[in-house]
Design a protein around this ligand. Structure first.
Ligand code: SF4
Ligand code: SF4
Length: 65
């Protein structure tokens, strides 16, 4: 279970990077990526994925298929 960023919708604000409790989001070089191995969808930390809560773009961060 992990979330992923739909790159076409990301505006590279990096707001998601700072709120991730598992430090799974890295913004560098004009891209923002979620580490699929460490993202827990915030389970055990928060009721909702915090990256989704702060992202200004609806539908930008979605569960991996
Ligand atoms: S769902 Fe939670 S753990 Fe996963 S990247 Fe977003 S903030 Fe981090
Ligand atoms: S909060 Fe959303 S738009 Fe901003 S960097 Fe993260 S995924 Fe991209």
């Amino acid at each position: 279970m992990a979330m992923e960023i739909r790159q076409a919708l990301c505006v590279f604000c990096a707001d998601c990077e700072t709120v991730c409790p598992t430090h799974s989001i890295q913004a560098s070089g004009g891209t923002v990526l979620i580490n699929q191995d460490s993202c827990t969808e915030c389970e055990g930390h928060f009721d909702e994925p915090q990256c989704v809560s702060v992202c200004p773009t609806d539908g930008c961060i979605v569960p991996t298929p």
